[in-house]
Design a protein around this ligand. Structure first.
Ligand SMILES: *Cc1c(COP(=O)(O)O)cnc(C)c1O
Length: 387
């Protein structure tokens, strides 16, 4: 039986929630969207939520709402999914990367500060920085926020992995130290809407901007209209070039049902992590580090082969796949993607910590429905390969 690295957990209640929408008057642009947005923003303690067709769409809207455009720079981590960087390119901005911290695999605050000092001298400071909460553990947001005040950049948290996590005393998404936080609800993430994402923020201005751009740049609000005065009940105006980045009612209904179990999902992931931690600790592996002032939602459990391991990463990966364990590698550093190398001149060696991590990491299965005997199987295969 094949054991994937991540998988959704769908209950009868989830199915009923979606079916009830199918039988209702609205398949899109109805009441479920607002309910889901309120659930997400309420859960993390932010003022506003904007549900979108994906986290990628939400990242794009977030960048646009912060005014990112041609001639601007956006910095993010190389150890992320490509969407955290692509959003800058959609806006015509340039992407730069900040190397990772070798312990947390998140963007290194020291590397960020060094790069900011240099960039200030050269007049190439970023307009937006996107810290990515890798594997579900928050970045050091307080320090990144302090740097943002000193160097004048805005912050979008890519919390695609981290819904349900917390940092200091707040839930990830409270936006205490950022302008906007983005969540993904792709099926491998913590909760799912099939495809889907959400941006949360405490700024009414950013909220309005993202709402407008999510739906074609069209408004029915006479206060926002800039052309002719309203000519009747049918009247709307397109005042900017927007997109159709809306989430459907079906997806929102699934999300409303899923979010009720978010805390339970995270608790279960922690139980599974604890078992891996104790079962694998004698092996020549570096296990995920947990910072004491934050709670990870544990999207991933990446193991890193120690230098003393007698098997290579690729052999270990292949052996695990042969044993029907759906391991994966998170992530190929974005700067090493052919598109980024060919078009932007990035090369091997640019971000050594990210590359060192990439060369030795494997994500092993971690999800709510991973049953005890399945986890034991994963552990046995690790023992066989690494002992
Ligand atoms: C999954 C993911 C995204 C993109 O999410 P979608 O909802 O699939 O668009 C962006 N950033 C990170 C870090 C992700 O893991």
């Amino acid at each position: 039986m094949f054991i994937p690295y991540g998988k959704q957990e769908i209950t009868e209640a989830d199915i009923e929630s979606v079916v009830s929408v199918l039988k209702s008057d609205f398949l899109t642009q109805g009441p479920k969207i607002e309910e889901f947005e309120a659930s997400v923003s309420g859960y993390c303690g932010a003022e506003y939520g904007i549900a979108c067709s994906s986290a990628t769409a939400a990242l794009h809207l977030a960048c646009l709402s912060l005014g990112l455009g041609v001639g601007d720079r956006l910095w993010t981590s190389p150890i992320t999914f490509v969407a955290s960087a692509n959003c800058a390119l959609y806006c015509g901005a340039r992407v730069e990367f900040v190397d990772i911290d070798p312990q947390t695999y998140n963007m290194s605050v020291d590397a960020l500060e060094e790069k900011l000092i240099l960039a200030e001298k050269e007049g190439v400071l970023p307009k937006v920085v996107i810290p990515v909460h890798f594997a579900g553990q928050s970045c050091d947001m307080k320090k990144i926020h302090e740097l943002s005040l000193k160097y004048g950049f805005r912050i979008i948290e890519d919390a695609s992995h981290a819904v349900g996590g917390s940092y200091l005393k707040s839930k990830v998404g409270s936006c205490e130290f950022s302008d906007i936080t983005i969540f993904s609800f792709h099926p491998v993430k913590i909760i799912t809407t099939a495809e889907g994402g959400c941006a949360v923020s405490n700024s009414s201005e950013l909220y309005s901007k993202m709402s407008l751009l999510r739906s074609h740049g069209i408004t029915r609000d006479s206060d926002l209209m800039i052309g002719n005065e309203a000519q009747g009940g049918w009247y709307y105006e397109q005042i900017e070039l927007g997109f159709n980045y809306r989430m459907t009612e079906l997806q929102a209904a699934l999300g409303c049902s899923q979010i009720k179990r978010l805390d339970e999902f995270v608790v279960r992931r922690h139980e599974l992590k604890a078992k891996y931690d104790s079962a694998l600790k004698e092996l020549p592996l570096i296990l995920p580090y947990q910072s004491s002032d934050r709670v990870s939602s544990l999207h991933l459990y990446p193991i890193v082969l120690d230098k003393s391991a007698r098997i290579s990463r690729s052999d270990a990966f292949n052996e695990m796949r042969l044993a029907e364990i759906g391991v994966n590698v998170h992530y190929i550093p974005v700067h090493l993607q052919p598109f980024y190398m060919a078009n932007y001149g990035f090369k091997r060696g640019d971000f050594p910590e990210a590359e060192r991590y990439y060369d030795r990491c494997i994500s092993i299965p971690l999800y709510y429905g991973l049953r005890e005997e399945m986890q034991t199987e994963v552990i046995n295969v690790c023992q066989r390969l690494f002992k």
